[in-house]
Design a protein around this ligand. Structure first.
Ligand code: HEM
Length: 217
């Protein structure tokens, strides 16, 4: 099938799965902000997303989204490296900050996934997995309070959000370019929207971390 075999087909899969993950990030960031206003309301949201068929289907679809995105990122990176050969470090005149994120998308992705594994241990394992295994579930709000009372974990999470910021500043506009927004005017607009959107995502997640760290002092 062309979509699986051709370079543009593979890029399309990367873009669509990336945009899906971006929607998840927006939802997850909005949901977390609830904790700043009311920890009880946050626990109600977590309970709603606990072990029931729609949350489990959501988790599986999300896991599939991550899986496809990572597999195709690996395939495309290897393919590009092979195609570039010893031209891998050829100079381009793209703006510096864009060039840095775009050249480091795979490494940034690896950093994001590495922290995600730690994050899933901190929350998913203690909440959803515990419930699936028939044990007592922890309260999402209590886990947040406990985790972000630690300056080390708060700092690590902020580094994670910064890696996501860099990854999104390139991934966002690049995904739209792949699906067809490729004319010059739209491309420069999309780059601005990408920076604004990535910064909103960064600030939303960081707000929760910094707020609970400050509350613990
Ligand atoms: C302040 C930052 C964050 C907090 C407080 C937080 C909190 C949580 C909590 C409480 C859960 C468990 C929800 C449940 O199972 O009901 C969860 C799950 C999850 N989080 Fe986060 N999160 C944060 C940042 C992130 C980021 C940046 C990502 C992605 C890069 C992420 C990805 C996930 C994933 C994939 C799950 C599993 C979702 C599922 O079970 O379907 N989280 N998070």
């Amino acid at each position: 099938m062309w979509i699986l075999k051709s370079s543009i087909g593979r890029k399309l899969i990367m873009s669509v799965s990336g945009l899906f993950l971006i929607l998840f990030l927006l939802f997850h960031m909005s949901m977390n902000i609830v904790a700043v206003f009311s920890t009880d309301a946050y626990d109600m949201v977590c309970e709603f997303l606990g072990v029931n068929w729609y949350a489990l289907v959501g988790t599986l679809v999300l896991a599939a989204g991550f899986f496809v995105h990572i597999i195709y990122a690996t395939i495309l990176t290897l393919q590009n490296q092979k195609a570039r050969g010893n031209q891998a470090y050829a100079y381009t005149d793209a703006p510096k900050e864009v060039k840095w994120a775009s050249k480091n998308m795979f490494v940034l992705g690896l950093i994001v996934v590495g922290f995600l594994a730690l994050h899933l241990y901190h929350f998913w394992y203690k909440m959803m997995y515990a419930e699936l295994a028939g044990g007592a579930t922890a309260s999402g709000a209590d886990l947040i309070k406990e985790l972000f009372a630690s300056p080390v974990f708060s700092g690590l999470y902020l580094v994670w959000f910064a890696a996501i910021w860099f990854h999104l500043t390139h991934g966002f506009w690049s995904a739209f370019q792949t699906i067809g927004f490729s004319n010059k005017i739209w491309l420069s607009r999309l780059k601005v929207i990408a920076n604004v959107f990535s910064t909103i995502i960064f600030l939303g997640f960081a707000l929760v971390t910094v707020y609970f760290y400050m509350m613990s002092l």
